[in-house]
Ligand binder design. Structure first.
Ligand code: ADP
Length: 502
């Protein structure tokens, strides 16, 4: 059917809507679909978590593989399945002892990493490498194995010295998570002893699966041009900046897109009213009203008049949640602004948010948890969106906000710097402004950016223009997919000559 199409094996630890903890899951859904739409022949390999297995029916056993685990040989079954949300087959590594357990892919109920994560993702990577070599003799041998984040970092390393191997591409979605494990794990997993060196996977007395991906993949990508440059500096490099700099010739920054089938205010079924850039106000008002009423039984006039600032995301320091927590009391005192926040993460931030909401039930609305529906409703119902991440590889929420007419307020970093144009005199005049950007990483600068946003909000015509600019911007995955296809098409030895996609 697709015999001439490029065969690409995607390997990842999460994928929307089956299992998702963050932006990685969105990309692993959208990018292969964009590639598929451009004629690529894709398979996606995922670990058989319980939450994922539950959602599958019509499973076919592709075969069995025995690979080394921490205590000896681990037998896994490879399942092939179709899923209504997926246009191509999914492959699942079914290994109950490692993956069939409740909860999160990476952490147990107590919030601690699963103690056997090294084994779980080493086994997953060994299996992925074998499938990259068509060890099951399915007749489908990928030309490219595209792996994502530390959980898949070892795949390129296992493949590196194999003859007639596929090209390997490793994408860093977040350098902060390095997949660090101990020397004991390295020994138990019987990883090749020549990997135990600073030029290979060793990292400060342990080893890093992320580092393995960087060292051994033929091409390394990250999810925005600015982040690609930032991670080569000590400030953003998490100790890997020197290494990344030395591999700069194979490092590419390709901006993520957003899935406009899922995130489009003119078709979004999660909203009380759909709206588009040519008629924003009535739709946004309806959404604002339902959003407020979700938390307060009746949205009175004062609530509807007051600017509503939203935030959705993981409650971790990276996302600047501590700045948000510091800014809210100041703004409560000095303005009539209200806040709506959805997220989960570190307990301390969850508790502080809950406390703030209790103290100001009419002005601070908080939901702790993961709620796809409410995330859409906040993007549509809020007037502006706070995303003061200290670093942000790409960020999806600011692009959703832009397309939903909810101007984002962001720190100038990574993908935020690549997508948000600060509203100043010049950019407002030439209609390139789409949000608010602050350049010094502290609360005072964040507050100033919010104050500028609140001031502009009082000027409806200018605000409308700002909204329209964002809503009319395209963050189409097709553009990114084109860059990835170009990268896949270079031969392994050509990589050092590939021009950076900036
Ligand atoms: P990251 O990948 O660092 O978490 P991104 O902005 O790239 O941040 O992507 C986050 C994705 O996860 C977005 O699709 C966002 O809507 C979603 N998300 C994060 N937290 C929540 C939550 N608590 N409820 C619903 N969706 C969430």
């Amino acid at each position: 059917m697709n015999s001439g199409a490029k065969k690409i094996l995607f390997v990842a630890s999460e994928a929307y809507p089956l299992v998702k903890t963050g932006g990685l899951g969105d990309v692993v859904y959208s990018l292969p679909h964009a590639l598929h739409a451009r004629g690529a022949d894709v398979r996606l390999l995922l670990p058989g978590y319980r939450a994922l297995l539950r959602q599958l029916d019509q499973v076919r056993i592709l075969g069995w593989l025995d690979v080394r685990g921490a205590e000896g040989i681990v037998s896994v079954r490879i399942l092939e399945t179709r899923h209504p949300e997926y246009a191509f087959p999914l492959w699942v590594v079914d290994c109950p002892s490692l993956f069939d357990r409740p909860g999160n892919p990476y952490v147990g109920a107590s919030g601690q990493d699963w103690p056997d994560n090294a084994e779980r993702f080493a086994v997953f990577a060994r299996v992925a490498a074998l499938l990259g070599l068509d060890a099951l003799d399915t007749g489908w041998q990928p030309e490219v194995v595209h792996t994502h984040d530390w959980q898949t970092g070892l795949v390129a390393a296992f493949l590196a010295d194999q003859p007639a191997r596929p090209k390997t591409v490793f994408t860093i979605h977040n350098l902060a998570y390095g997949g660090y494990f101990s020397h004991g794990d390295f020994v138990r997993l019987q990883l090749p002893s020549h990997w135990w060196s600073p030029e290979s996977v060793e990292f400060h007395g342990g080893f890093s699966m992320l580092k393995a991906g960087i060292v051994y993949a033929d091409a390394v990508t990250t999810v925005s041009p600015t982040y690609a440059a930032e991670i080569c500096t000590p400030e953003f490099g998490f100790g890997l900046d020197g290494l990344l700099l030395s591999f700069k010739h194979k490092l590419h920054g390709i901006l993520n897109g957003i899935d406009t089938k899922i995130w489009n205010p003119s078709t979004d079924k999660h909203l009380s009213a759909q709206y588009s850039s040519s008629r924003i106000l009535p739709g946004k008002r309806r959404n604002k009203q339902s959003l407020i009423e979700h938390f307060l039984p009746q949205a009175d006039d004062a609530a509807m008049q007051a600017p509503l600032l939203g935030q959705v995301g993981r409650l971790v320091e990276q996302k600047g949640i501590d700045w948000v927590l510091a800014a809210i009391p100041v703004l409560l005192a000095e303005t009539n602004a209200r806040f709506v926040l959805l997220g989960s993460g570190q307990t301390i931030y969850e508790q502080k948010l809950i406390r703030l909401a209790k103290q100001h039930p009419e002005r601070v609305f908080v939901e702790i948890g993961y709620d796809e529906l409410l995330a859409h409703q906040i993007e549509a119902g809020a007037d502006m969106f706070m995303m003061p991440s200290r670093f942000e590889p790409c960020g999806l929420n600011q692009m959703y906000s832009l397309n939903y007419g909810t101007p984002p307020i962001v720190f100038k970093t990574g993908g935020l710097a690549d997508t948000v144009v600060d509203a100043d005199k010049t950019t407002l005049k030439d209609a390139t402004a789409n949000g608010f950007v602050f350049e010094t990483p502290d609360v005072a600068s964040f507050l100033n950016a919010i104050r500028r946003a609140l001031a502009l909000y009082q000027k409806p015509a200018q605000w409308r223009k700002l909204q329209q600019t964002g809503m009319r911007q395209s963050f189409d995955w097709a553009d990114s997919a084109g860059h990835y296809l170009a990268l896949y098409s270079t031969s392994i030895s050509e990589d050092s000559h590939v021009i950076h996609t900036h």
